[in-house]
Write a protein that binds this ligand. Structure first.
Ligand SMILES: *Cc1c(COP(=O)(O)O)cnc(C)c1O
Length: 381
């Protein structure tokens, strides 16, 4: 019998050390592995770029949590994305991606892979007719989905998009960073690959940069593993270990992130000075019903549009005290960001530009009363 999510998050790939009984598997801080005669490998390990037991333990864990056949752990989310794209794309191929994907993903596809003649089209993923016509472009190989999206928390219909992507033979990739597998498991909707920045909720403590790919299919996994081995953007043993440590509490953290974010969203909605609150847990959010159907919680991210424009948004972002002004998200500590000049600076002037009156909150797991009081005092400023 397979165990539940929270049990697997703590135990899969985490067998105690058989030689000492240490309950926590050691960090295999080693670059190479001694051979019993030429080619006599113990446990298949040869050289650290090709594999390391600490990395294996994280990869085994991630595959279980996303319901995949296998996973690969990388030095960053973007390194994971790059390895996947290189495994599947050739010059002339075409990628369809949401018009509000993570700015770094767009930059990678548009500028790095674009230089190798990979073409892309950005499209509103909520508009299925627009997606269908973008997918009809000759040479479409990949449909890239991010839901909830960043920073406006748009929800895309995973099952419908998977069907459209597969109808043209495209690989369907879902960046599941915002939801984490605790709240959403895209492979169960038929997606082919899940991408993570494990820097965010999976690591959960803002102390490690990492990324991962989780595969529904062994053949593609093998191609990506070859890129990982040949190009070398692997995660270090220490980073893999920290990420495993973070994942053990993922289930409870996501519950608290969600309840704190819901409370803040409800407190802010309809307030003078606030034009809009973007949080899928609010009943009038356009993706509310869809999120309720395909996620098991609404998550810890929300954005707010201020009626006082850029000046008000900047002032708000610089006025919170518990919410610290910083890039990134998904840690136990609350963060506030100003997307148009921080996370989304790389897409200014493009269709992906974020309005300059929007601030983004990564709601942490502190006491909700302190978070509410902090937002209140920042609003009155
Ligand atoms: C941060 C992030 C990435 C990139 O991951 P890094 O670990 O910073 O390379 C990709 N997608 C989303 C949704 C992110 O938030």
């Amino acid at each position: 019998m397979t165990h539940g999510f929270a049990t697997r998050a703590i135990h899969v790939g985490q067998e105690f050390d058989p030689t000492t009984g240490a309950i926590i598997p050691p960090i295999y801080q080693t670059s190479t592995f001694v051979q019993d005669g030429i080619g006599g490998l113990r446990g298949g390990y040869e050289y650290g770029r090709g594999g390391n037991p600490t990395r294996t333990s994280l990869e085994t864990l991630l595959a279980s949590l996303e319901g995949g056949v296998s996973a690969l752990s990388f030095a960053s989310g973007l390194a994971a994305e790059d390895a996947l794209l290189r495994a599947v794309l050739r010059p002339g191929d075409h990628v369809v991606l949401g018009n509000d994907v993570y700015g770094g993903t767009h930059r990678l596809i548009n500028r790095i892979h674009g230089a190798w003649e990979v073409r892309n089209t950005t499209v509103d993923l909520a508009d299925l007719d627009a997606v269908r016509s973008a997918l009809a472009v000759d040479g479409t190989r990949v449909l890239w989905i991010e839901t909830p999206s960043n920073p406006l928390m748009k929800i895309s219909d995973l099952a419908a998009l998977v069907e459209l992507g597969h109808a043209v033979g495209a690989l369907v990739v879902v960046d599941n960073t915002f939801a984490s597998p605790a709240l959403q498991q895209p492979l169960s909707f038929g997606a082919d690959v899940v991408v993570h920045s494990t820097t965010k909720y999976l690591g959960g403590h803002s102390d490690v940069i990492g990324g991962a790919l989780v595969f529904a299919d062994a053949e593609l996994a093998e191609k990506a593993q070859f890129i990982q081995f040949a190009a070398g953007a692997v995660s270090s043993p220490m980073d893999a270990w920290l990420t495993v440590r973070g994942i053990k509490t993922l289930a409870v953290r996501m519950q608290r992130h969600t309840s704190n974010a819901q409370a803040i969203a409800e407190a802010l909605v309809g307030r003078p000075g606030i034009d809009a609150v973007y949080y899928p847990g609010l009943p009038d959010h356009p993706g509310h019903a869809l999120a309720a159907a395909q996620m098991s919680g609404f998550g810890g991210m929300l954005s707010v549009a201020l009626s006082g424009g850029a000046a008000a948004a900047r002032r708000f972002a610089e006025s919170t005290e518990v919410f610290q002004l910083a890039e990134s998200l998904g840690g136990v500590e609350s963060l506030i960001g100003y997307p148009s000049e921080m996370t989304h600076a790389s897409v200014r002037g493009t269709e992906l530009e974020v309005p300059d009156n929007v601030i983004r909150l990564s709601v942490g797991i502190e006491d909700v009363a302190d978070l509410l009081a902090d937002v209140e005092q920042a609003l009155t400023r």
